[in-house]
Ligand binder design. Structure first.
Ligand SMILES: NC(=O)c1ccc[n+]([C@@H]2O[C@H](COP(=O)([O-])OP(=O)(O)OC[C@H]3O[C@@H](n4cnc5c(N)ncnc54)[C@H](OP(=O)(O)O)[C@@H]3O)[C@@H](O)[C@H]2O)c1
Length: 314
């Protein structure tokens, strides 16, 4: 690879003139979505591997390129072409370290790089691959992958949190650049907080909406009617959050000091699942903290809301 004449990345390492062929270990939602997006932006694809070859074949059919392998076959391969690979490890977080260990026992060409897609697993989980001569790193796309096709089409502007050895971080940055994504350097040891933020904002929003759908059903709507009613509300809230920080985007009974409205909500919630009532109270306490910074509440409203929303109030 023509490293000496390649432009530099922001991490100071040279960009590769050619893209190494992609090997995806774990072609599930995220692995396939990223592979599809990279393929569309001109990266060569060598192989996609799943636990079963049949599953890998389905994923290869989506890309219309590359070999379908089982993870076992991938771990046992003896490639003869001597060309560097980008190994993307995209299995569930709990399986990354063990798979990295298995993958380290087969040969890898010089200049090969291994990146995992996890937001939470430390790069140290790839140590066996580093010991085998690969540069290793983490490349976490801050995106909710459900449908790989849709994910590949909407990759632009996705934040990619990067961390790792210089050559791995440089290749990850190049990958993000090619996808028109936004690379972000994650400092070592910050993964738990980073991933908790992602999980709380995205996965827990899904759980919160599910609780809101229950409440709308109690109000007499069908689940489909409730989704149709609540999703535009959510869109509007996200729009407000794009334009304003949380304290300024807040609306609702807590901000207005409507203590009796909140009390009636809690009575209704008490008749439903305990997790919804607990989540409502916890989030309303944060809403109260935001409202406090706006200075809209009287001391009496503040005290009554604090008491109503306290964890100790039955
Ligand atoms: N989904 C997201 O929104 C998202 C976003 C950012 C990052 N990530 C990261 O991407 C990685 C993969 O997540 P995902 O959501 O794409 O998972 P997924 O859809 O469940 O896909 C996981 C892949 O790994 C294989 N697999 C499952 N269990 C395994 C095990 N115990 N050992 C070895 N292979 C196993 C599956 O094989 P089969 O296909 O044969 O079942 C599948 O190919 C994770 O590190 C995750 O943190 C995910």
């Amino acid at each position: 690879m023509a490293r000496t004449t390649s432009p530099k990345t922001t991490s100071g390492s040279p960009r590769r003139a050619e893209r190494p062929a992609l090997v995806v270990a774990g072609a599930g939602a995220a692995g396939t979505g990223v592979a599809l997006a990279l393929h569309r932006s001109g990266w060569p694809v060598d192989a996609l591997a799943c636990r079963s070859v049949e599953r890998a074949q389905e994923r290869v059919a989506l890309l219309d390129t590359g070999r379908a392998l089982s993870l076992e076959q991938l771990c046992a391969e003896q490639p003869a072409d001597g060309a560097a690979r980008l190994l993307l490890i995209a299995v569930p977080d709990h399986a990354i370290a063990e798979l990295a260990s298995h993958l380290s026992r087969r040969p890898w060409a010089p200049d090969s790089v291994a990146l995992h897609l996890s937001g939470s697993v430390e790069v140290a989980a790839l140590q066996p691959l580093r010991d085998a001569g690969l540069a290793v790193g983490g490349c976490h796309p801050l995106k909710s992958f459900v449908d790989p096709q849709r994910a590949a089409e909407t990759m632009a502007d996705t934040v990619f949190a990067l961390e790792g050895d210089a050559a791995a971080a440089a290749l990850a940055e190049q990958l993000a650049h090619d996808l028109h994504a936004r690379p972000f350097t994650l400092r070592p040891g910050r993964r738990a907080a980073w991933h908790a933020a992602a999980t709380h904002a995205s996965n827990h929003l899904v759980a919160l909406l599910d609780q809101a759908l229950d409440l709308a059903q109690t109000a007499g709507l069908s689940r489909d009617q409730a989704r149709a009613a609540l999703l535009p509300l959510l869109d509007g809230t996200l729009h407000n959050l794009r334009a304003h920080p949380p304290a300024e985007a807040l609306t609702g009974p807590v901000l207005r000091g409507d203590v009796d409205v909140v009390a009636r909500h809690l009575t209704t919630l008490a008749a439903g699942p305990a997790d919804s009532a607990a989540a409502y109270r916890a989030l309303a306490r944060r809403a109260l903290a935001l409202a406090r910074t706006r200075g809209t509440l009287t001391p009496s409203q503040l005290t009554r809301l604090e008491t109503l929303l306290s964890e100790d109030t039955p």
